[in-house]
Design a protein around this ligand. Structure first.
Ligand code: ZN
Length: 235
């Protein structure tokens, strides 16, 4: 399968579905990652222009750790992700047309901040528009409207998973990938007083407790025609 995960900021996919992406890669599926925002405002000292470049490099290195074939960057400045801006929709449509995914993973539409919520809507819209033959982009339309999975919210708040993946074997890869986002581990420590590796391990352990394994990630399938499936696509 071609697996496409589209997150908001450069580290969001590692947090929400990094263990699952590593599992897909281990099982010889082709994994593609995409971040919509460039992460340029996630720091108190490093200025946005410089930070955007550093975080793009961190995301590439993290993607390689998880086994992704490519990491796409839509390059929207932090806090300006907007599902009604045509250019942003077009860019996501082009990524979908290029990857031609069998499954798409993104944020839950009720996650904790606007960029995440808008990314969720953007992916929902774009993954329909990408099937339209006369949608005007450089890439070739992709007739399939892929099943769409929502990953866990930050800290799992308000999110009741319907499917779980056992990431016991890939938790360390997930955390190693997250460690590549050095600026963010420091930012979370300085700005929010949070040990982010411990934070992410804790949520994985909690989802594992719910599903009878050591570590897990939780997902919900978007249920609307024609995205309903009869077999499990998650690993
Ligand atoms: Zn984020």
């Amino acid at each position: 399968m071609n697996v496409l995960a589209i997150g908001c900021h450069p580290d969001d996919l590692e947090i929400g579905c990094g263990g699952t992406l590593a599992l897909y890669a281990k099982n010889c599926h082709d994994v593609f990652m995409c971040h919509v925002a460039n992460g340029d405002k996630g720091h108190a000292v490093i200025m946005p222009d410089e930070l955007g470049k550093i975080r793009t490099a961190e995301a590439e290195s993290s993607g390689a750790t998880l086994g992704a074939k490519k990491v796409f960057n839509i390059n929207v400045p932090d806090l300006f992700v907007d599902s009604h801006i045509e250019e942003q929709v077009n860019d996501v449509v082009e990524v979908i047309m290029t990857v031609r995914p069998d499954i798409i993973i993104t944020h839950s539409p009720d996650d904790y901040m606007r960029d995440h919520v808008e990314t969720s809507k953007l992916v929902f819209n774009a993954s329909f528009s990408s099937s339209i033959p006369h949608y005007d982009t450089k890439a070739k339309p992709y007739p399939k409207i892929a099943p769409l999975y929502y990953m866990d919210t930050l800290a799992g708040v308000g999110f009741l998973p319907e499917e779980y993946t056992d990431i016991t074997d890939t938790l360390e890869i997930k955390l190693k990938a997250l460690e590549k986002h050095e600026t963010q581990l420091k930012w979370m420590r300085d700005h929010d007083g949070i040990d982010f590796l411990d934070f992410v391990r804790t949520v994985s352990k909690f989802r594992g407790l719910q599903s009878g394994v050591k570590y897990a990630e939780g997902f919900r399938l978007y249920k609307g025609w024609p995205r309903i499936i009869t077999k499990r696509l998650l690993p």
